[in-house]
Design a binder for this molecule. Structure first.
Ligand code: FES
Ligand SMILES: [Fe+2]
Length: 401
C-alpha cells in the first residue's frame, strides 16, 4: 500500500466511528503504526522486582523488535537491543533469565557482552577489528514507582507529567515497593488496536464480563453511578487517600508529551478487592490503612495500562507483534513483604483478571474475525466508548503525513 493510499484512508475516516478494515488488516499500515506510534512512545516493560540482582533480565518484544531489560552491577536498569552486533542473532530467548557469570553470550558464535552491552570477547577477528565499536545498541529507560519504561525514540516524549501522575497514583498505592506475584501471557489473534480499543471502553463490560460488572461500578454508564462514586470518594477521604483524576490522554497530552490518564472509580457496596467474595486478598499497600472500596485506573502511552486496588495491582502490557497478532501480558503485584501461601493465594489473587482477560481475548478475536469481512463497515461509538473514540483520533493524528 502506498503512503498516499494510507493518507486517503485517514482522510476518509468518519469521526466518532471505528476504523476501516484496512487499519486492522493491512501489513503496510501496521508498519506505519510501528514507525509513527509504537516506536515513538514509552511503554512499560515490567516491574523492577522481576530483576532484583545484577544479571537478572527480562526480554520484552514489540513488533519484530526485542529488548533485554537488565539489572547492572551498579543497580541500574538498562535496556539493550536483543540483536548481536556480529550477524544479528537474538542474544536472549524466553521471557526472562539470568546472565551466566554476568555475561550475555550470543548463542551463535559466542560474542560475549557485559551487562552494560560492551563487547568483551569476539574470537578470530582481524587486527583492524575494534571491540569498542561493537557495543549492543541501547534504549532509554525510566523507572517510575517501580515500573520500568523504555522507548525506541531517540528524541523521546517528555515524561514529566506522566511521572507526576504516577507518583500520585501508583505512588499512593505503594507500587515502588511491590513485588510481582504472577505473570500471564495471552496470545490474541487480532490487531493491536482492537485489543486497545477494547481495553479503553466498558460498553462491553456488562454483556461480556459478568464477574467484573458485579464488582466494578465502572461497567455501568456514569450517570447511574453518581451516588456510588460519591460514597467511594467519601470513604477515600476518610482514610486520607487522595488520588486526583488526570486527563492528558492522547491528543490532550499536548505536543512532545507522553499521554497519561488517571481515573478512580468505586467498587460495588461491600466489595473491597477483585476477588470472588469481594474481600481483601493480600496485605494493604502504600498509603492504605484500610481498604476504601475504590480502584485506580491509569495508563501511560498507548499500550501500557494499570489498575490498582488497595491490596494488589495489575499491569496490562499490550504487545503488538504483527498486523493480526497481539500479545497481552498481565502482571499481578502485591506488597513486597507479602508471602505466598501466608499473605496471599495466587489463585484467589488472579481469579478476576484471568477470567476477564480470557473473555477479552475471545471477544477481541471475534471482533477481528468480523472486521476481516469485506462487508464490514465501521459503526458509531456509543456514549460509553468515548475513550475508544479518543484513541482512534489520537492514532490517526499520529499516522497522518
Ligand atoms: S551472530 Fe552473535 S556471535 Fe555471531
Ligand atoms: Fe474487557
Amino acid at each position: 500500500m502506498e503512503s498516499t493510499d494510507i493518507a486517503a484512508r485517514i482522510r476518509n475516516h468518519q469521526p466518532g466511528h471505528a476504523l476501516a478494515r484496512d487499519f486492522y488488516t493491512n501489513p503496510a499500515i501496521f508498519e506505519r503504526d510501528m514507525e509513527r506510534m509504537l516506536l515513538r512512545h514509552w511503554f512499560c516493560a515490567g516491574h523492577v522486582s522481576s530483576i532484583p540482582r545484577p544479571g537478572d533480565y527480562l526480554v520484552v518484544d514489540l513488533g519484530q523488535e526485542s529488548v533485554i531489560i537488565v539489572r547492572t552491577f551498579t543497580g541500574e536498569v538498562r535496556a539493550l537491543l536483543n540483536v548481536c552486533r556480529h550477524r544479528g542473532s537474538r542474544l536472549c530467548s524466553g521471557r526472562s533469565g539470568k546472565a551466566q557469570s554476568a555475561r550475555l553470550t550470543c548463542p551463535y558464535h559466542a560474542w560475549t557482552y557485559d551487562l552494560d552491552g560492551n563487547l568483551l570477547v569476539a574470537r578470530q577477528m582481524p587486527e583492524s577489528f575494534r571491540r569498542t565499536d561493537m557495543s549492543l545498541k541501547t534504549l532509554l529507560v525510566r523507572v517510575m514507582e517501580g515500573l520500568i519504561f523504555t522507548t525506541f525514540a531517540k528524541d523521546p516524549l517528555d515524561l514529566g507529567n506522566a511521572a507526576d501522575a504516577l507518583a500520585r497514583s501508583a505512588g499512593v498505592h505503594g507500587w515502588a515497593t511491590a513485588k510481582v506475584a504472577h505473570r500471564e501471557l495471552y496470545s490474541i489473534r487480532a490487531n493491536w488496536k482492537l485489543a486497545v480499543e477494547n481495553y479503553t471502553e466498558c460498553y462491553h463490560c456488562t454483556p461480556a464480563h459478568p464477574e467484573f460488572a458485579k464488582r466494578h461500578v465502572y461497567a455501568r454508564p456514569a450517570e447511574l453511578n453518581e451516588e456510588l462514586e460519591r460514597a467511594g470518594r467519601t470513604r477515600a477521604a476518610a482514610l486520607g487517600i487522595v488520588v486526583p483524576d488526570i486527563d492528558q490522554y492522547g491528543c490532550a497530552a499536548g505536543p512532545g508529551r507522553e499521554s497519561v490518564a488517571v481515573m478512580r472509580s468505586a467498587l460495588h457496596d461491600g466489595i473491597v478487592s477483585a476477588t470472588d467474595d469481594g474481600r481483601s486478598v493480600a496485605r494493604l499497600m502504600g498509603s492504605f490503612s484500610a481498604p476504601d472500596g475504590n480502584s485506580t485506573y491509569f495508563d501511560i502511552g498507548p499500550i501500557s495500562d494499570f489498575l490498582a486496588y488497595p491490596d494488589h495491582g495489575v499491569i496490562y502490557r499490550f504487545i503488538p507483534r504483527t498486523v493480526d497478532h497481539t500479545e497481552m501480558e498481565v502482571i499481578w503485584l502485591v506488597h513486597q513483604d507479602a508471602v505466598e501461601g501466608v499473605d496471599y493465594d495466587v489463585e484467589r489473587l488472579t481469579w478476576l483478571w484471568k477470567t476477564t482477560s480470557a473473555q477479552d481475548k475471545k471477544i477481541v478475536e471475534m471482533n477481528q474475525a468480523g472486521v476481516n469481512s469485506r462487508y464490514f463497515e465501521p459503526g458509531p461509538y456509543s456514549l460509553q466508548e468515548t475513550y475508544s473514540a479518543r484513541f482512534v483520533d489520537w492514532y490517526l493524528k499520529e499516522l497522518s503525513p
